[in-house]
Ligand binder design. Structure first.
Ligand SMILES: Cc1cc2nc3c(=O)[nH]c(=O)nc-3n(C[C@H](O)[C@H](O)[C@H](O)COP(=O)(O)OP(=O)(O)OC[C@H]3O[C@@H](n4cnc5c(N)ncnc54)[C@H](O)[C@@H]3O)c2cc1C
Length: 414
């Protein structure tokens, strides 16, 4: 595959850009692979990439029922942070955040990582205490965050109104190396690198059944015919329950719509990411100038990739209290995804009752930030049967009551 570089761009400019090849192939499926990954979202593609890069396993197919990155990976608001409370969460999210730092160089694909800083506002005394506690925990975990006062919040984000009518801003948990990245580019960059290693990314190929023999996975049935495999990775986010049922086990997961919206583009006015968890809203500004806005999940289970209008209205109404200047903006578009939420708001990266079948799900409203770390750990789990990054995130924690409670860090926002 052609390497992207300043030299390559200059050379192509002189020959009418006729020398660029496809970024990834469109192969027909083989009858068998060492590993099949179901789901070409960020987590599935990253898993395949690190299987190849770290373990030399390249006879891999990634099966996608729609188009790659068309699930939650291409629908999220791209917030990246690792300021979680519990040690296993901080470890996997910080691994991901640190991989994001030089992912563009690693993949030879510009993922537009922008570590502009993420701020989680404290707007009640309870939140002040909670975020101070998280800052102490993060210090011990080696995650660089600090609790800052309202004046510093105002310095970092001049458009904020500190004395909101309902909830004043009393401080914030600040992670200076948190930020955003281009979501599609993360999926495209991993896809191109996987394809370059000889892996097959097969789009428009829905898995309709999981085949097994003697309690061990042997392959899948798909809309493009049966395909055999030694190991199967299920990485399908909102459809995890559906595919788990095909494999014969149940998951403690709920699928709910989560939506987001962007305003019309305006001049640069905000160069940090702000999350206001008490009022269920968060906001950043895209490179195009749109204000990117999201809120909490809808209050019902569904498989529709759109949310309810009243939810949008609530989110915007709440945010206007803290950012009055957005009240005049027009909404440009809104969209939704189906997120997979567990009871303790932590993911599942685990072997399953079906031997050879592994599951990676439960990232809920906040899995974009975790993609590189999740792929890294899940690939290790699939290749070696154990990974220190994923060890605490097994399915057995729901049987043993060993929850990783991240409801404060992950329950509402991203
Ligand atoms: C509106 C919104 C805002 C968000 N904001 C943030 C944020 O700011 N920061 C953050 O960290 N996270 C955020 N998230 C969450 C984040 O997007 C997800 O956690 C993450 O993208 C999940 O990635 P994935 O690869 O697991 O799933 P997906 O990207 O959904 O990929 C799963 C793929 O599996 C495919 N699939 C399903 N069933 C089958 C089948 N039977 N056969 C073949 N393929 C199948 C689907 O088509 C899909 O492409 C947000 C989510 C939404 C919806």
């Amino acid at each position: 595959m052609k390497r992207y570089s300043a030299f390559a761009v200059a050379r192509e400019a002189f020959r009418q850009h006729s020398g660029w090849g496809r970024a990834w192939g469109a192969p027909e499926p083989r009858s068998r692979y060492d590993v099949i990954i179901i789901g070409a979202g960020g987590h599935g593609l990253a898993t395949a990439y690190y299987l190849g890069k770290n373990f030399g396993i390249t006879n891999v197919a990634i099966l996608e029922k729609g188009w790659l990155g068309g699930g939650n990976t291409g629908r999220n608001t791209t917030i990246i942070r690792s300021n979680y409370l519990q040690d296993p969460s901080a470890a996997i999210y910080e691994k991901a955040r640190s991989l994001y730092e030089d992912l563009s160089q690693d993949l030879n694909y510009n993922i537009m990582f922008s570590p502009r800083g993420v701020m989680m506002l404290a707007q009640t005394h309870h939140e002040v205490r909670g975020y101070q506690r998280t800052a102490y925990a993060n210090n011990l975990q080696g995650v660089a965050t600090e609790f800052i006062g309202p004046q510093r919040v105002k310095e970092l984000c001049p458009i904020i109104e500190l004395k909101g009518p309902r909830y004043p801003v009393m401080g914030a948990l600040w992670q200076p190396r948190g930020g955003t990245a281009r979501h599609d580019a993360v999926a495209w960059g991993y896809a191109r690198a996987c394809s370059d290693m000889g892996m097959h990314i097969i789009q428009q190929c829905e898995v309709t059944a999981v085949r097994s023999e003697g309690g061990r996975v042997t392959g899948v049935e798909t809309t493009k015919g049966p395909i055999g495999c030694d190991k199967l990775g299920v990485v399908v986010a909102g459809h995890s329950g559906v595919v788990a049922e095909m494999a014969g086990f149940r998951l403690p997961i709920e699928s709910v719509p989560l939506q987001a919206l962007v305003s019309e583009p305006i001049k640069p006015c905000m160069d940090v990411v702000i999350m206001a968890n008490t009022v269920h809203g968060y906001m950043s500004q895209s490179d195009k100038g749109e204000m990117v806005i999201g809120g909490g999940t809808d209050g019902y289970n569904a498989y529709t990739q759109r949310g309810s209008f009243h939810h949008l209205e609530e989110t915007v109404r709440a945010l206007i209290e803290t950012f009055p200047m957005i009240s005049r903006l027009k909404m440009l578009r809104h969209w939704g995804g189906i997120v997979d939420v567990t009871g303790d708001r932590s993911p599942i990266l685990s072997s399953t009752p079906l031997e050879g079948c592994f599951i990676n799900c439960g990232w809920g409203t906040g899995g974009f930030k975790a993609i590189p770390g999740s792929g890294w750990g899940f690939a290790e789990l699939m290749a070696k049967g154990y990974s220190p990054l994923t060890d605490e995130f097994g399915l057995d924690r729901f049987v043993e009551g060993r929850f990783i409670d991240e409801s404060v860090a992950a329950g509402v926002a991203h």
